[in-house]
Design a binder for this molecule. Structure first.
Ligand SMILES: [Zn+2]
Length: 420
């Protein structure tokens, strides 16, 4: 057993206080054996090989709960700031031109970037499933969401069949990857197809994912079929959908289709109102926020304080490199820290670690420094003899630039939850 001692140990669950002069005992396979005050652990576990104490804050590996790795070669190529519809039109034009899903180099580099950032798990939305073989065997756990869209019933059913075929073609999945069918958004998938996918997820082994209440264009389209998205469809000569706008807000519409609950990640909720957040919380739906992407596309932030007040425990994701500057989920927490100074740093750190693991259904494998898990271990060094007074605020400070991956994460999706 390896003993790693540091100025501070942050558990990552958003509840436990950081441990001053703490230590983490790690088995050879990366499993956490014990966490506690260093003096007590040295006495209790004399067989452990303790390394010299580090001037650093220790953190579990990060959880990036929402990415689109197949879009990685679009990095920096899709300007934002004009709202979702102009952004997505631009993104689709670049995508048609560059075929980013075929760019193995860019996808491979993106996976490398996740690992270098200390990422233990990723939720990866994919239309082509080209990312699965890049994720196979890597030192992180990946939940891949095979995304389906289609405004008409016929288009939705064809896309669903194609997605199922792509999943079947993968054959036996690598131990660290799972794949679930996922609806794109409430406004871009035929309601019956969306309901079918949601019902499949309800019986699945992990959650699926839905972009929900991301922007005002979604709200107006679902209310009465109007707004900028209607113009977007008309411009593209799209077939008229064979369903009527439900006249509901995005959250209540998702609930009506069976797509709001523990089996579906509600991604974004940037445009959600307080009463809708109450509905999300009551349904027990896990929430994922992508604040830097929202800032890039819509110049908006998710209503984080209202979410926390509603009892939600959001996860964080970077979204794709077509709307975000990096795949480092801690940069999302840092972006929130600047803009929500009243939110506890411990909550922001948990959003990038333990709450992310819980949202993805991976809390039994990683996300927190808990005995029995293999979450990986990160160190954020500070100047010798100058331990920060608040270690969670310290790791959220952009000046804490250095980051070391001391222990690689190692969860396998086939693993059972550890016995208490
Ligand atoms: Zn997305």
């Amino acid at each position: 057993v390896r003993g790693i001692e540091a100025s501070w140990v942050v558990i990552g669950d958003g509840v436990s206080p950081p441990i001053a002069r703490g230590a983490v005992l790690v088995e050879d396979d990366g499993r956490i054996a014990a966490v506690g005050p260093a003096d007590a652990l040295r006495r209790a576990r004399p067989e452990a090989r303790f390394e010299p104490a580090r001037d650093a804050v220790l953190l579990p590996g990060l959880v990036n709960a929402h990415a689109h790795l197949e879009l990685s070669s679009l990095r920096g190529r899709v300007p934002g700031g004009r709202g979702f519809v102009p952004w997505v039109a631009e993104m689709l034009a670049r995508r048609a031109e560059l075929a980013p899903e075929a760019d193995d180099e860019a996808i491979g580099a993106a996976v490398g970037e996740l690992i270098a950032a200390g990422t233990a798990a990723v939720g990866d939305v994919s239309n082509t499933l080209a990312t699965v073989r890049h994720l196979a065997g890597m030192p992180l756990v990946a939940r891949v969401f095979a995304e389906v869209f289609g405004m008409t019933r016929a288009a939705g059913e064809v896309m669903l069949r194609l997605a199922r075929e792509r999943v079947a073609e993968l054959g036996q999945l690598p131990e660290n990857v799972s794949v679930a069918l996922a609806p794109h958004t409430p406004f871009s998938v035929h309601p019956e197809v969306l309901s079918t996918i949601a019902a499949l997820a309800r019986g699945g082994r992990g959650p699926t994912s839905l972009h929900l209440a991301e922007h005002a264009a979604e709200r107006s389209y679902l209310r009465d079929g109007g707004g900028p998205f209607a113009g977007f469809l008309a411009d593209r000569g799209a077939d008229a959908p064979d369903w009527a706008p439900p006249g509901l807000d995005p959250v209540r519409y998702a609930a009506r289709l069976g797509a709001l609950g523990p089996h579906v990640l509600a991604v974004h909720l940037t445009d959600a109102r307080p009463d809708e957040l109450d509905v999300v919380a009551a349904a027990g739906a896990p929430v994922v926020l992508c604040p830097r992407s929202n800032l890039h596309i819509e110049l908006r932030l998710p209503p984080l304080e209202a979410m926390l007040a509603a009892g939600l425990r959001p996860a964080l994701g970077t979204d794709s490199l077509a709307s975000s500057a990096s795949l480092d989920v801690l940069a999302e927490a840092r972006a929130l820290r600047v803009r929500f100074p009243n939110v506890r740093p411990g909550a922001l750190v948990a959003m990038a670690t333990g709450w992310g693991a819980r949202a993805l259904g991976l809390a039994h494998l990683l996300g927190t420094l808990t005995p029995g898990l293999r979450p990986g271990l990160l160190a954020f060094p500070h100047p010798p003899g100058a331990a920060p007074s608040d270690p969670e605020a310290f790791v959220l400070d952009p000046r804490a630039r250095e980051r070391q991956v001391l222990v690689r994460p190692g969860g396998r999706l086939t693993e059972e939850a550890p016995r208490p």
